[in-house]
Design a protein around this ligand. Structure first.
Ligand code: HEM
Ligand code: HEM
Length: 233
């Protein structure tokens, strides 16, 4: 009977699949035109809340969710990629119970770029009736930069998500490692985790408190603290 090791806590898994949902909604609503701009904002606030949660969870979460577990050293990333693609080694690849070095780079890119996408949205203006809550608060030059980011970064994010999903399928079909199932169940089996100590529990109560704090913070940010605009009509 192969060992089943508990790697991904419930908060990390919930974060992932909610991010997929909210990101897809935010992107979808942005394409549906101005009638849906409010929904674009709300789902964007959801994305922002989730990313803030994950950043805090990366510092106080369970073992494999910690940022300190990421393997980001260029030597490690290059060495891993070389073995995976150039030598096509099926065995002898270094084992990672959490994210492997290529996965680590992707995690950082996705978290950072999606954070910038959501924050830049706060300064946007649809040039009709609707503006993000901080539009105009730091000057039109700043809004311009944010708008440039909001309109262009999205293409890089979509490409990265494409690679990300492609990589998950590559591991499943070619390397016979079902990382997707692990992101659903939290458990991993096989050589990668044979000699690894799994986590004991999900620290979900701590996660709940952190999630609540993140929700309150974003509510404060986009509603209570949003600069009040002059009523001109
Ligand atoms: C909007 C689309 C998506 C985004 C923004 C996204 C983002 C992320 C992020 C940020 C992580 C790191 C998780 C963490 O440590 O907190 C991750 C991991 C992961 N994602 Fe996604 N993801 C998306 C879609 C998908 C889809 C559709 C699949 C399945 C086909 C998938 C499969 C995985 C897997 C397997 C991992 C764990 C990788 C590993 O074991 O190193 N993702 N994703
Ligand atoms: C990660 C979350 C988000 C994603 C993926 C996203 C994506 C997009 C995309 C792709 C567009 C361009 C649509 C097009 O012209 O085809 C857009 C426009 C826009 N976004 Fe977002 N957005 C996000 C968050 C936000 C947030 C939080 C706000 C405001 C609070 C916001 C405000 C706007 C506005 C006002 C526009 C219209 C700009 C225009 O008409 O030129 N977005 N967004």
């Amino acid at each position: 009977m192969p060992k089943r090791i508990f790697i991904w806590d419930l908060p990390t898994r919930l974060f992932h699949w909610l991010l997929v949902l909210f990101f897809a909604a935010s992107y979808g609503f942005s394409k549906l035109g101005n009638d849906y701009i409010d929904w674009h904002f709300y789902s964007g606030y959801g994305v922002l809340t989730l990313i803030l949660f994950r950043i805090i969870w990366g510092v106080i979460g369970t073992k494999f969710a910690l940022f300190s577990q990421l393997s980001l050293h260029p030597k490690a990333v290059w060495g891993y990629a070389k073995r995976l693609f150039l030598k096509r080694e099926q065995s002898g690849l270094p084992r990672f119970a959490g994210h492997n070095p290529l996965g680590s780079v992707m995690v950082v890119f996705l978290l950072l770029s999606i954070l910038i996408q959501a924050v830049s949205g706060l300064f946007m203006d649809d040039e009709i009736f609707t503006t993000g809550p901080y539009n105009g608060s730091l000057g039109s030059g700043f809004d311009g930069v944010m708008s440039l980011l909001h309109h262009n970064l999205i293409d890089f994010i979509l490409w990265a998500i494409g690679f990300h999903i492609g990589a998950a399928l590559f591991y499943k079909w070619v390397k016979k490692q079902d990382l997707i199932k692990s992101m659903v169940t939290g458990y991993k089996t096989g050589a990668d985790v044979e000699n690894t100590d799994g986590i004991q529990h999900s620290k979900w109560l701590v996660a709940l408190i952190v999630a609540l704090v993140c929700c309150l913070f974003v509510y404060w940010l986009v509603v209570l603290n949003a600069p009040i605009e002059e009523d001109w009509y």
